[in-house]
Write a protein that binds this ligand. Structure first.
Ligand code: MG
Ligand code: ZN
Length: 214
């Protein structure tokens, strides 16, 4: 029987993802895997969310980027704990990398751990990190064809945030088409229209987050 290399990598990842999942469950931590293309506003979303909820929740962030720790520095500026994983070229985070970061960030003491995945709409969705919920962002400037072009990522989402809604008056973006396409690909996801930069629409996201913890 021939097992492909990809299959073996994914199996090994899934074993570690199960360990992470057990860790989060045992410590009562809600872990969220945040996926989107580069520049869609993941770090801005997390920063604003931390500032809004930090008196209520202990939040930690695991940052994945190919290079630099600029995103972890932005998160630390909000007062939350952040660990940067530099993947050195890999275009997604693996469960092992997340596992190694858990101690460093004192994850057991937190209410919420956000994992900001490497900006990429393709392979992050194939790697379970042990998260409870998956959050996918689509920003208005990326264009309204992304859900149908990357259906695997959108199909796996528990929450889809349409971000940068403050720009919709300036950019051709057919919101009705996007909502219809998302419904076809993923009828169960919650969809929120937000601007992480201005704060518009963010309350429904905060409410969902607090309800999911409770
Ligand atoms: Mg970022
Ligand atoms: Zn990848």
């Amino acid at each position: 029987m021939k097992v492909s290399l990809n299959k073996r990598i994914l199996n090994r990842n899934d074993e570690c993802a199960q360990k992470n999942k057990a860790f989060f469950e045992n410590h009562g931590v809600l872990c969220l895997n945040v996926i989107s293309s580069p520049g869609s506003g993941k770090t801005t979303l997390l920063s604003r969310t931390i500032l809004a909820l930090k008196n209520k929740l202990k939040i930690g962030v695991i940052e994945g980027d190919i290079k630099t720790d600029t995103d972890a520095a932005k998160i630390r500026a909000t007062g939350a704990a952040a660990v940067q994983i530099e993947t050195q070229g890999a275009c997604h985070l693996s469960a092992v990398q997340v596992h190694d970061a858990l101690k460093q960030i004192e994850a057991a003491e937190k209410d919420v751990i956000f994992i900001e995945n490497v900006g990429n709409l393709v392979c992050p969705s194939a790697f379970d990190l042990g998260e409870k919920k998956r959050v996918v962002l689509l920003s208005v400037p990326e264009g309204d064809d992304k859900p149908i072009k990357y259906p695997g990522t959108f199909a796996g989402a528990d929450v889809i945030l349409i971000n940068k809604m403050d720009l919709i008056a300036y950019i051709p973006f057919d919101l009705d088409r996007v909502l219809t396409d998302i419904r076809k690909i993923n009828p169960h996801a919650r969809v929120f229209q937000v601007s992480a930069a201005t704060g518009e629409g963010m309350q429904q996201w905060y409410d969902w987050l607090c309800d999911t913890i409770a």
